[in-house]
Every structure is written in structure tokens, then in C-alpha cells.
Write a protein that binds this ligand. Sequence first.
Ligand code: NAD
Ligand code: DAU
Length: 359
Amino acid sequence: MKNKRTVLVTGGCGFIGANFIRMLHSDCQDWRVVNLDKLTYAGNLKNLDGIREGERYRFVRGDICDAELVAKLFVEERIDTVVHFAAESHVDRSITGPGAFIRTNIEGTFTLLEAAKKAWLGGNKSVTQPCFLHVSTDEVYGSLGETGRFNETTAYDPRSPYSASKASSDHLASAYFHTYGLPVRITNCSNNYGPYQFPEKLIPLVFNNAMHNKALPVYGDGKNVRDWLFVRDHCEAIVEVLQKGRDGQCYNIGGNNEKENLEVVTLICDLLDQKLGLAPSGQPRRSLITFVTDRLGHDRRYAIDATKIREQLGWEPKATFEKGMEETVDWYLANRKWVDAIVNGSYRQYYAAMYSEQE
Ligand code: NAD
Ligand code: DAU
């Protein structure tokens, strides 16, 4: 087992990346983190408030497609571990504008793999036991019917531009292992929820709309199923894969929490009613639920079979959906300013003042 590491976290200012860096900061005290993030609309420096630049942490604003910058970081920081989160992550945006997904998710992953290959397998090998962990999604497996679950041998069948771009990046990562022997591990996880999720995704979007007595848009008949994974459980699984996983392997990570979207939305409404009383209209917040036109190509059901990671690495999700959701709603209630600032765009101005805008 390896104690000291220098970890390049890509996309560390996004939802999962920020939770991951926060966890490393408290639990892995002898690891140094270099956070490479472009600060797109989804990246937010506020997600890392309280984590200071210094011996254990460095932030670099930059693009994973910038080959020169990435190569320089590998050398300068003697990176021995990569945890690659950076991506365009929102399915709806991939339907209206797939170009950025192709660039960041495919070309960006290629750029990182090339830099790792050069730094770790080139003539001048300066690090021991390197590891490139590519964070991916269950969406690469396509859509399930009423039964069955995805395991690591399920054939890929991506159906949105987002999932196709992630599938492509998984294949590239896997090819670098098989062709060059790059020490790659891949994780495919289900829908995460928890603190710091950008309020375009279902759970924080419903929270925010409900707080403003706005309609809660439910796509189609609301019966699409997702397997919800509490973000802290996901981050712990990633550390297990780094510490105990094997190169060239894929690990599915799921929450054992299959829910129809309508159940998720009503649970948020009910939690808010319990905590705050009924909406100002005097109605339960469920009355705000509005069925809207379905997402194009909307995958019906995802479900993860996480037997492999449980049996081989001893990881299991700890959070029940009820407990995880209560903690999540409490976090959003306590951090309304964080949500409001994103929704009214004021963080953008804050970054513009600190860094030059690259978009
Ligand atoms: P997010 O959208 O919240 O964050 C993405 C981060 O990547 C942002 O900080 C953004 O600024 C950064 N980024 C985007 N393009 C970049 C580029 N070209 N160069 C550098 N940085 C860039 O995403 P998330 O929900 O935290 O997801 C993280 C990873 O996990 C993604 O790879 C996603 O595909 C995967 N994933 C997410 C979920 C989920 O439920 N959120 C589930 C399965 C897998
Ligand atoms: O399964 C893992 C994936 O989960 C990740 O790879 C993606 O990065 C992440 O965004 C997430 O994708 P989804 O499309 O499942 O998440 P989203 O929160 O957008 O939607 C969850 C479900 O809720 C989905 O069935 C669509 C539905 N939905 C979503 C929104 C935003 C609604 O009904 N109304 C909405 O307003």
C-alpha cells in the first residue's frame, strides 16, 4: 500500500471533484493534491473554500486539452496518481451542444493519457507505482428494462452524446493499458447526489425551484429509474480503487438505491414541508410538480451491480437514500447563498476578477 502520493485531480472544482479533494484533505494527510480545472460554468472555487494553497494543495486554472500545460504539470509536480473527473457532465447540454463534450471528454482524456504515458513510461521514469484512475459513468452501458443490472462485462451501448463521449474516453483509457501498459483503472458509477452539486441536475434543481415556489419539471412520466449514490460513498470507493484496485480493471460503483424520478422529487418536497412548513401558498410542495416534455432519447433505467468492488476491495455504500437525502437537503438549506450565487451568476463575476476568463 502506498502512503505518500502526489495526485493530479482534474475537475476538482466540480461537484464530485470538490467532495473528493475535501475528503483527501481530511483523511489522507500525506497526499499532495494538484487540482487542474478550467472553471467552466460548472466549476466553482467556492466548492473548495477553506482549502488553502500550500504543501498539500495547489490549484491550477487550465484546460485538460492543453497538452503543454498538462505535460509541464506531470514533470513539475512529479505526479504519480491521476484522478480524472474533468468532463462536460450534463446530458441535457450534450443534446443541445455536443461539441464541448467531444472536445473535453474525448480529446481531454487523450491529452492526459498521452502526458501520463510520456511521464511514466518514457525514458526518464521518475515515479514509482503510478496510477491513472479514469472516472466514468454507468450511462456507457445504455438503458435497462424492468430487470437486470449493469456489471463490468455488460456491453457498452451509449445513447446520448454525453454517454458516447464518456464511452469513447473509457475505450481510450483501456487501450492505453492494453497497448502501452499504462497503469489505468476505470470506475463506472451511478447518479451521485450530495453537497456542491450544480443546480442543473435533478436534485439541486428541484430543491432550488421548490424554495422559490417554481414549477418542478419532471420529464416524461417520471418513471425513469436512477440508482442514487451518495457522493461521500463514491469518494471513498475511489480511494479504495486507488489503494487496493488492480491496473487494467474496471469497477462499477452503485448506491443500491434505485428510485423513480417522481419518488425522488416527492421526497425532496416532503422533506422541505417537514422542515419549513407548507409552501407560502398553503399547499404541500408536491403541488409544484409539473410533467414536461421528455428528454430526447431518455434512458429508462440504470442499475449497478457492485458485487466486484464489494468482493474484491471490500467497499459498500454506507448511506441509505433516506439518510443521504436528509443530509443533502439540510446542506442545501444551510448553503442557500451558494445556490443563489450560482443561479444569479455572481460567482462568474468573482472568477472574472481573479482569473482571466478563457471561455
Ligand atoms: P461537474 O460538471 O460538476 O464538474 C466538472 C468539472 O470539470 C468542473 O469543475 C469543470 O470546470 C471542469 N472541467 C470541465 N471541462 C474542463 C476542461 N476542459 N479542463 C479542465 N477542467 C474542466 O461534474 P461532476 O458531476 O462532478 O462529474 C465528475 C466526473 O464524474 C465526470 O467525469 C462525470 O462524467 C463523472 N460522473 C458523474 C456522475 C454524477 O452523477 N455527477 C455520475 C457518474 C460519473
Ligand atoms: O448515471 C450517471 C450520470 O448521472 C452521470 O454520468 C451524469 O454526469 C449525471 O449528470 C447524471 O445523469 P442524469 O441524466 O441521470 O442526471 P440528471 O440529474 O440530469 O437527471 C436525473 C433524472 O431526472 C433523469 O432521468 C432526467 C430527470 N430529470 C432531470 C432534470 C434536470 C427530470 O425529470 N427533470 C429535470 O429537470
